[in-house]
Design a binder for this molecule. Structure first.
Ligand SMILES: [Zn+2]
Length: 274
């Protein structure tokens, strides 16, 4: 901060005034709490930002503005020193669109008398809206060699989303039936399914979405084609987890989509092209 003396907004008078405000910034890395500072803002700007904060709805003035930085992630809180009312907004808040926007958002909500539990409820509602649900999945049958005359061995579903560079990211979920074994390698033809094994395969930088052909019903081995443009339908990818029921396995796939950046706003509807 001292190094910027001489720049507009960094004059000594602003610096001294900002130092007296209930404004603090805490860095997890240095473990230091510094008064009168907000990351990337001049002391003049810090004063301007603090002046936008109205009194608490309990009537108390001068709430505490605290910025916390941890490994490049920022959040900001406003806390009333009398009644303890506190609001926290982070750079990951759902309606933050511009850099530093979480500060404006926190101040706006504070001045509107909003409480943290209302913010949390709104966030939960937004996550719920964006969450991938059963209707985003279209489970299709998997047969060995993609031949319909072979027994059904599980289901697969493909989901896609646009990458930042315009290419497409794909994710294939496959649930494979594990049949009861009578003896090592011996599975009677009427064997029951004892487990549903979930697998996942990822596809990066695709030019387009893809799907596999419908399972073939013709008898000649020359007539079937089990492959898609990128691999075969029987290429499941990595083991994820085993489940007791098909429903649990499907929910396991659905629940993991968020980790793959797949949500209702980004997922591409995949139409069968062949
Ligand atoms: Zn208060």
């Amino acid at each position: 901060m001292g190094g910027r003396i001489g720049f507009p907004g960094w004059e000594k008078k602003y610096y001294e005034e900002a130092k007296k405000l209930e404004v603090y910034t805490y860095s997890a890395e240095s473990g230091e709490m510094i008064r009168g500072i907000l990351a990337g803002e001049s002391p003049k700007q810090v004063i301007k930002i603090y002046k936008k904060i109205g009194p608490c709805k309990c009537g108390a003035n001068n709430p505490k503005l605290l910025e916390t930085e941890c490994m490049g992630d920022y959040d900001i809180s406003i806390t009333c020193m009398r009644c303890g009312r506190s609001l926290l907004r982070s750079m990951y808040d759902f309606d933050v669109k511009k850099p530093g926007g979480w500060v404006d958002l926190c101040i706006r909500d504070w001045n509107n008398g909003i409480d943290q539990k209302e913010i949390e409820a709104a966030k939960d509602a937004d996550w719920e809206r964006k969450r991938i649900k059963e209707e985003h999945f279209s489970w299709k049958p998997v047969h060995p060699n993609n031949m319909a005359s072979n027994p059904l061995e599980g289901y697969y579903a493909l989901l896609f989303k646009k990458q930042h560079d315009g290419k497409i990211y794909g994710c294939k979920w496959t649930i494979v039936f594990q049949l009861e074994e009578k003896d090592a390698m011996y599975i009677p033809y009427d064997a029951k399914v004892e487990a549903y094994i979930l697998f996942m395969k990822r596809y990066f930088d695709l030019e387009d979405t893809f799907d596999y052909p419908e399972p073939e019903t013709k008898d000649s081995p020359d007539d079937y084609y089990a492959g898609g443009p990128y691999d075969g339908v029987n290429d499941y990818g990595d083991f994820v987890r085993s489940y007791r029921t098909l429903e649990e396995a499907k929910l396991g796939a659905i629940g993991r989509c968020g980790w793959q950046g797949l949500h209702a706003d980004t997922v591409i509807k995949n139409e069968r092209k062949n």
